[in-house]
Write a protein that binds this ligand. Sequence first.
Ligand code: PAF
Length: 286
Amino acid sequence: MIRFHNLSELQQWTASLPSNRAVGFVPTMGALHEGHASLVARAVKENDEVLASIFVNPTQFQELVDLDRYPRTLEQDCEVLERLGATAVYLPTENDMYPRGFQTRIEPGEGAEWFEGEKRPGHFTGMLTVVLKLFQQTRARRSYFGEKDAQQLFLVRRMVEDLDLNVEVLSCATIREPDGLAMSSRNARLSETERFESASLWRALSAAKSAFDRGERRASVLEQAMHDVLKATAVEVEYASVIDDLTFRPPEPTLDEHEHEQCLRAILAVRLGAARLIDNLLLGHA
Ligand code: PAF
């Protein structure tokens, strides 16, 4: 597997590629787990070349301490990518992303007003700006994102549509531990007891899904089903909400003939010890 240590090395490669070679792109911040592996494995199946990137993007972190303690496991990550059959990994420098004088940013719309956007001010501006730069630098025509970061995926799709970007955004289902905990690099921060408690996120989402499958459509009742599970645990709930998947906002109760058909998703964010965990589950059409 080739390693590009800066933008100019990457550009030499992209310039030398025949235009009919399909390149699949998997952007990451490293600390790769099985969730990332599923994205790379799918990209390998669907493309001639697979390019992953590893860049711990400072502008999407709110707290310096969180950025500092983000795991950096480059050699392990490269082994994983190579084993999965990736062609190359792009390791941009900070200067490739934010050269001196950098000042232009992507401002997300209403889909970023709530939930992660509200709890982590500036996070989505930083994330979208770096994703757009990565799309431009890699000239990717196909990109792969995990469904665990549902609001991120929603906003990337919006950006691609709103700004007429010529890149297809493909998503892969969340990969879970046997007890349902979604794979995340942040799980490493859980103590043994917290790891045990963390299975309650999946139980809460499953409780909302069971209520939905029994015919419940009221967001408040579906949300209560999640809270009922979580209140018996040590997790500190930031939000446990139901959203309309087409707007990433709370579902609107009013329907007129112009209204789209709503599709509900249960989403939650909790704090558990030193970790902040998020997860979500598609419930279905309302
Ligand atoms: O999901 C992530 O790891 C990051 O938000 C991304 C998409 C690589 C942008 O920094």
